[in-house]
Design a protein around this ligand. Structure first.
Ligand code: TXA
Ligand code: MG
Length: 307
């Protein structure tokens, strides 16, 4: 298969929507990372997503929708989930809610669970695609399973070229970390991400501890992994290592010379991809664990985990 690269202009968006309607796979930019999209109602298309990524099929996918009204066709929102949707959508928050009656989603999307993760992305290209396609788009991050998430069309091509129909070029993702996932009753944080926990708690009050029964690849110990090993909280590079810095100080690549967590989040995966290409052991400077720093450290810990 040849993977087409489409521009985010009206003809490119129209072509991307056509491919989705025909059961094909289109990678597209969101504000968090690139997603690998398929029609969430089409079991064959969703199966091809799992195959292209080499993803274990027990892991459910996030369903992307145009707005809250469309989300309510697929999921049942209570007062708390409604408040979260109203506050953070469109944006980097996925909300897990019970499936609505007659939802019409493929059971592969939910991996047989009776809940669904829904998200309204903020990226203009993703919104244009959702408007044109006029249906739910299931999209995991557009990387081979277990590897570093993509934040540019080049990352997508490097991992999935020849395995998917098209990449809709939406430039570089601005948030750079996957969405925060929240769900369950009582409500729990299922994955750290683009909306810091502190901002969610302002709406919901204190959150429950996530149960251990939820299988989420973002929850697998080894994930987001470059080929080389990572050493975290490093004061400096040891012999043979390359240094990923944060804040002032000597390093080979810096997540944010000014020590800004938003900038570091946006750079994280692109820098890991760049260091991965060098394929030497990587030392990573300490990152504060507040705000977006918690999600950055979560990704780094998983990238560093033994595989
Ligand atoms: O920012 C993002 O969330 C990106 C972009 C493309 O939207 N997508 C993304 O998808 O990160 P993925 O497949 O890499 O991660 C989806 C996570 C997984 O950890 C999955 O297990 C969890 O969402 N998930 C999906 N449905 C769920 C459900 N019903 N209950 C609990 N977790 C769920
Ligand atoms: Mg992923």
């Amino acid at each position: 298969m040849e993977t087409q690269r489409l521009a985010s202009d009206p003809p490119g968006i129209a072509r991307a929507a056509e491919i989705l309607s025909a059961g094909g796979l289109v990678a597209f930019a969101t504000e968090t990372v690139y997603g690998l999209g398929a029609d969430a109602r089409d079991g064959g298309a969703v199966a091809r997503v799992y195959a292209a990524k080499g993803r274990p099929s027990f892991n459910p996918l996030i369903v992307h929708v145009a707005d809250l009204e469309m989300a309510q066709r697929y999921g049942v929102f209570n007062q708390q989930s409604l408040a979260l949707a109203r506050q953070f959508w469109p944006g980097p928050l996925s909300i897990v809610v019970p499936l609505a009656p007659h939802h019409g989603l493929s059971s592969l999307v939910t991996a047989g669970l009776d809940t669904v993760a829904l998200r309204v992305p903020a990226h203009s290209g993703a919104r244009a695609l959702l408007a044109q396609f006029d249906g739910p788009i299931a999209a995991p991050s557009a990387n081979p399973s277990g590897r570093i998430s993509p934040t540019t069309p080049e990352h997508v091509m490097a991992g999935l070229q020849g395995k998917i129909d098209a990449v809709l070029d939406g430039g570089t993702c601005t948030v750079g970390l996957e969405s925060t996932i929240i769900g369950g009753a009582p409500l729990a944080l299922l994955r750290q991400g683009g909306v810091p926990e502190e901002e969610i708690v302002e709406i919901t009050g204190p959150l429950a501890q996530a149960g251990t029964d939820i299988t989420a690849p973002g929850q697998l110990a080894s994930h987001y992994a470059p080929r080389a090993t990572l050493r975290l909280n490093a004061k400096g590079a040891q012999k043979g290592e390359i240094m990923l810095g944060f804040g002032p100080g000597p390093c080979d690549l810096n997540l944010s010379p000014a020590g800004d967590l938003t900038q570091a989040a946006a750079n994280l995966f692109a820098h890991l991809h760049a260091l991965d290409a060098i394929n030497k052991p990587i030392a990573v400077a300490p990152i504060p664990d507040t705000g977006l720093g918690a999600a950055i450290n979560d990704r780094l810990e998983r990238a560093a985990a033994p595989r």
